[in-house]
Design a protein around this ligand. Structure first.
Ligand code: PMP
Length: 396
């Protein structure tokens, strides 16, 4: 029996980019002691305060079908949060609660792309982006952001591919590079999007992890609120990855249709999870800073180690301005990201993601997730630097 092209084509016959991660997990299952710096998951669990609230909400009866667009109090709270942060008038009618940012990525592309439409995204980008677009029957078109530009997307590179396209997906603070798009970059993007009548899908799931500079939501730029769909999530901001709670902020008319999609797919998000998310949002900015603090600390540790390298400087960091990752340029070793990561795993039992997993623009790089406690993180990163250095010395 034949399955649809839409589903068999999700990975376009290639890899989903997670090969090294799966191999590391397999080695671990076989009993090897592997240090994992791969996945974007906190090393702390969801706070017991939030879990107690979730538990009590379930005991109080929130275990039936919840309202499909989201419970009104949570839609209101998300709208207020977005309005307070951006100044853009936002009400519950602009909010759809989704099963995490990932479901929001799928739904937003579903909302704006017809089958066969070209959907642009920035390369390097989060590994699910092309698959999410293909799952919708649209055609993913990567727009390279170059390491020489510090991985800031270039408006003219977007414009060169924008003709006839339907949407552009951007992500700042960025996974995998840790780069925050500057006001200039975002203004350039807004211009291209308006000139070419594109929808902008802005993935802002890392908006509480800002180490340097400021996060600007492009929905707040002139003329953008009507054509921007923003994706948010509690996963990273509140260490609630497993709760699967995110949202879409969009023009009211788009939300009306997105509710129809939600009705015919997930049929809403569990009520006790929504209650817990609503409670978590009341914990405020201090709590969010506390969740982000370990990454801020480890970024400082990493910058220290990188600065302390010998004159060869085998590894160069892309300036990590936000998010829980560091992108390291290992081109001086003569290896590509894949070979470097494979050898690091085999020879030092440390798993990092090859830059290539996130698109060809990140070739010759590795992504290090800052997701293990400080001391082992310091030790593992030192090993990565020593390994890179030994390769340069060997080459010379
Ligand atoms: N966008 C980006 C850039 C991500 O890195 C992730 C998860 N790693 C997501 C979206 C999806 O996150 P979630 O579904 O947990 O909200």
């Amino acid at each position: 029996m034949q399955l649809s092209h839409r589903i068999t084509g999700i990975n376009a016959g290639g890899s989903d980019g997670w090969g090294l991660f799966y191999r590391a997990r397999q080695l671990k299952a076989q009993g090897h002691d592997i240090t994992e710096l791969t996945i974007g998951e906190h090393d702390i669990r969801t706070d017991p305060l939030i879990l107690n609230h979730m538990h009590q909400s379930a005991l109080d009866g929130a275990t039936g079908y919840a309202l499909i667009p989201g419970i009104p109090a949570l839609r209101d709270a998300v709208a207020k949060r977005v309005q307070d942060q951006t100044g853009v008038p936002t009400s519950a009618a602009n909010v759809l609660i989704t099963a995490g940012g990932q479901a929001a990525l799928y739904a937003t592309h579903h909302a704006v792309c017809n089958p066969g439409d070209r959907a642009l995204y920035i390369d390097p980008g989060y590994a699910t982006y092309p698959g999410t677009i293909r799952a919708n029957g649209a055609v993913p078109v990567p727009v390279p952001a170059r390491p020489e530009d510090g991985f800031q997307p270039d408006a003219s590179a977007i414009a060169a591919l924008a003709k006839g396209a339907k949407s552009l997906l951007i992500n700042s603070p960025n996974n995998p590079t840790g780069v925050i798009y500057s006001r200039d970059t975002l203004q350039g993007i807004a211009r291209v999007v308006q000139d070419n009548d594109l929808w902008l899908i802005s993935d802002e799931v890392y908006d509480t992890q800002i180490w340097e500079g400021e996060h600007l939501s492009p929905r707040a730029l002139p003329g953008m609120a009507d054509r921007t769909l923003v994706i948010g999530s509690m996963s990273k901001s509140h260490a609630m990855t497993g709760s699967r709670l995110g949202w879409i902020i969009a023009p009211e008319q788009a939300i009306t249709h997105l509710i129809n999609l939600a009705t015919n797919t997930n049929y809403g998000v569990p009520g006790y999870i929504q209650d817990a998310a609503l409670f978590a949002l009341t914990l405020g900015a201090d709590f969010e800073a506390q969740i982000a603090a370990p990454f801020r600390r480890r970024r400082a540790i990493a910058l220290d180690l990188l600065a302390g390298q010998n004159a060869v400087r085998a590894v160069r960091a892309v300036p990590p301005q936000g998010a829980m990752y560091m992108m390291l340029d290992i081109r001086a070793t003569g290896l590509d990201g894949n070979s470097f990561a494979e050898r690091l795993l085999d020879e030092h039992q440390i798993a990092v993601m090859p830059g290539e997993s996130f698109g060809p623009a990140a070739a010759g790089h590795i992504r290090v997730a800052m997701t293990i406690p400080d001391d082992p993180f310091r030790a593992a990163l030192q090993t990565v630097l020593d390994f890179a250095n030994s390769l340069v010395v060997t080459v010379e």
